[in-house]
Design a protein around this ligand. Sequence first.
Ligand SMILES: C[S@@+](CC[C@H](N)C(=O)[O-])C[C@H]1O[C@@H](n2cnc3c(N)ncnc32)[C@H](O)[C@@H]1O
Length: 345
Amino acid sequence: MDSWLMFDVPTSHRSRMAKRLVRDFNLQRVPIGRLDGTTVVLQSQQGAEHLKEVLEHCNADPLLCRLINAGALCSHLIRGSFQQAVDKLKELIVQSHAKSIRIHSCPKKLDALIAGALGDCSFEFSPTSFSHCAFIAEIDSNLLLIGVDTRYFSFRVPEDCHIPVSKAYFKLLDAFERTEVGNQFLNEIGPKSWCVDLGASPGGWTEYLSSKRALVISVDPGSLNDSLSSRINVVHVRMTAEDALNECKRLIQESDFNRPGFLCSDMNVSSSKVLNLIEMYSFWIPSGTRLILTIKFHRIRDAESHRSEELAKALETLSKHWIINATEWLLFNTLHERTVFGTKK
Ligand SMILES: C[S@@+](CC[C@H](N)C(=O)[O-])C[C@H]1O[C@@H](n2cnc3c(N)ncnc32)[C@H](O)[C@@H]1O
């Protein structure tokens, strides 16, 4: 029997989340109709069991569970009117012997319509205490995806999940652990290496880097979170990146780690400024050093074509000193950011 996976995600994440899920779980995106801006529908050639595993996995994943609002396994694709879909949904609910139902719909505004359309039934509706959940996604005016299941995946962050110093931590975790190029970087530049973290405050990237590598030089005029002050491998250079150049050079040269390391920057400055600063560091940074750089676009010129143009210019400038290994739109990048991975020539 065919089945589909329906995910409700923030509109800003829809395309990259779909791409990521397709890539990581060997799924197919279902390109049907004009889906609501928050809905992603996926299918697997390995059937419903595989889709259930994907749901469980995403629900337990510290990155994905923060970005997906809800997910559901759907069993029927209805080509027909809204009422036909509701009738089928009612039939499925009756077959499931549900006592109480939570409705989850995409778009959300359908919740009340569905409850009304289901009319008098043998079950109750409850958003909090329910034996089954009924899912419905309107794909276009005569195409609807429905399902009834005992599990409702609301994608809450697990209670035992690590709470980092800042959300930016997840950007770096995504960069290193969920991209091929980042994984390769971690393998090639071993644990006994140094990292320079430009624009480090409040310290999410420093927190991540200092748990993986031997020395982190955190450059920011702002403060680092108190929890990082006890880390003996973190040195906070409380200066701007422009002023910290010699101090960074000295710290790296005096340390035992005078080999390629990581130059990371998440500074909230314009792309032209960050490129100037990276160039200043490029003159003495050892060859083979890896770069993880957040490029922040000019928000006033807010169009995809402008972002692509600005990124292309940035990559051209960077390529003077750096081999560009990849450019990613990470899950924790904002709409106005891209992450560049490079290697010092
Ligand atoms: C988005 S925050 C960085 C968040 C950080 N990556 C984390 O994980 O917590 C941007 C930081 O860039 C810093 N910044 C802006 N201009 C800078 C400069 N010229 N030199 C150093 N830091 C700068 C700001 O002080 C701010 O703390």
